[in-house]
Ligand binder design. Structure first.
Ligand code: CA
Length: 389
């Protein structure tokens, strides 16, 4: 049979073809590609055992030339006949974590976000710290608690600052951070830094990422070594990995970096960002539209920075962009910024809110320009808050 018609205007057309790991009808998890409202089982149509694995890592490890060839093969396949058992309606499948996460690092690459947080946390000082425009600031996160979209998030408990010393209990300022995540397909051995110009040879794809953040735990613990338990309880990613190969039409110039100029190892021949539009929905109500094109540091610079000290990179490494915020109030990618530290509540379905309540549900979507004036979708990352245990 042929692949069913892709609905007109679908954001999952032949120019997108994101990869994921799915299971259907009690079968084992395997690799698939989304085509319109269907999932094409790659293990059934491509003669390579990597697609029968429960993560995309073995396929990603085959490298750039293979990613190009497989994409061309899939684009060719879906215009012809495929066996009926290789196609599943997207509503009939279960989607799993698409990668085995190796290391997870989260950056802080939005000047608007870093400035807003600086003003909130250090009102009497310069919003940006002296290093911020010289290097993409990051912390090392927890790879083992990266979850696929749809998993419920249990409210974390921890220490927060109280009137007479620390108090222990469920977080009272639970927040989100709308980000993109970049996935390393082929890494680099120790002491072999990756040039920003070689980004596309190493990075396989991108996902939407929600860096759940307990602001009260974070505020008490973060000096001097950065976030730890305020973030390590959960990070959610979208199930579909959009290939970097699909994002050629989304490339845009970076908005800054003239004063100061970055050091040579962070300079690209042709510096580029990505014109990706995100939408944050809180209990069904859109509350923010963070624009990725506003990011100061590029994904290629982040990867170059990760490896410049001699650190290796591995298949499955995930790095987050940091919260995406634009210059306008409705472009802020966290509730910390949207509610200005809890001082100006946001009205959600008629109720004033600042941070997350139990049973709240957050969905983040993203889309980008594709070929011939069309657009492509990243799908979504969603999660619901359960009461503390
Ligand atoms: Ca973050």
């Amino acid at each position: 049979m042929t692949v069913p018609d892709i609905p007109p205007g679908s954001l999952f057309g032949v120019d997108n073809l994101p990869y994921g790991i799915f299971s259907a009808g009690g079968g084992t998890p395997r690799a698939g590609v989304r085509v319109g409202e269907h999932v094409l089982d790659l293990s059934a149509v491509l003669d390579d055992p990597v697609f029968a694995a429960g993560s995309l890592n073995p396929f990603m490890a085959q490298g750039y030339d293979r990613w190009v060839a497989a994409r061309a093969q899939i684009q060719d396949l879906i215009t012809g006949d495929v066996p009926a058992e290789a196609l599943h309606a997207v509503d009939d499948v279960t989607l799993h974590l698409p990668i085995e996460v190796a290391d997870y690092v989260d950056f802080y690459a939005s000047e608007h976000h870093a400035s807003n947080v600086g003003r909130l946390f250090r009102p009497d000082a310069e919003p940006l710290l002296p290093n911020w425009k010289h290097l993409p600031v990051a912390y090392h996160g927890r790879a083992g608690t990266v979850y696929v979209s749809g998993r419920d998030i249990v409210r974390p408990s921890g220490q927060r600052k109280g009137e007479n010393g620390p108090v222990f209990g469920p977080s009272q300022r639970l927040d989100i951070e709308a980000e993109l995540g970049f996935i390393v397909g082929t890494g680099t051995p120790a002491n072999t830094p990756i040039s920003p110009d070689d980004f596309a040879q190493h990075v396989f794809g991108a996902v939407i990422l929600n860096d759940w953040s307990a602001r009260d735990i974070q505020a008490w613990e973060y000096v001097p070594l950065g976030p730890n338990l305020g973030k390590s309880f959960a990070t959610s990613i979208s199930p579909w990995v959009v290939p970097i190969l699909a994002l050629e039409n989304a490339r845009v110039p970076l908005p800054g970096q003239t004063t100061p100029k970055p050091l040579p190892y962070l300079r690209e021949t042709d510096p580029w960002g990505l014109n990706i539009d995100l939408t944050v929905t809180w209990n069904g109500q859109p509350v923010a539209h963070p624009p990725y094109r506003e990011m100061y540091w590029s994904p290629a610079q982040m990867l170059a920075h990760l490896t410049i000290n001699g650190a290796s990179a591995r298949t499955g490494d995930l790095y987050g962009s940091g919260t995406i915020s634009g210059p306008n109030q409705d472009q802020r990618g966290s509730f910390l910024e949207l509610s200005w530290g809890g001082k100006t509540p946001i009205t959600i379905n008629g109720k004033p809110k600042t941070f997350l309540d139990d049973n709240d549900e957050i969905t983040i979507t993203a889309s980008a320009p594709a070929a011939n004036g069309s657009r492509l979708s990243f799908g979504d990352v969603s999660g619901r808050i359960l009461p503390a245990r």
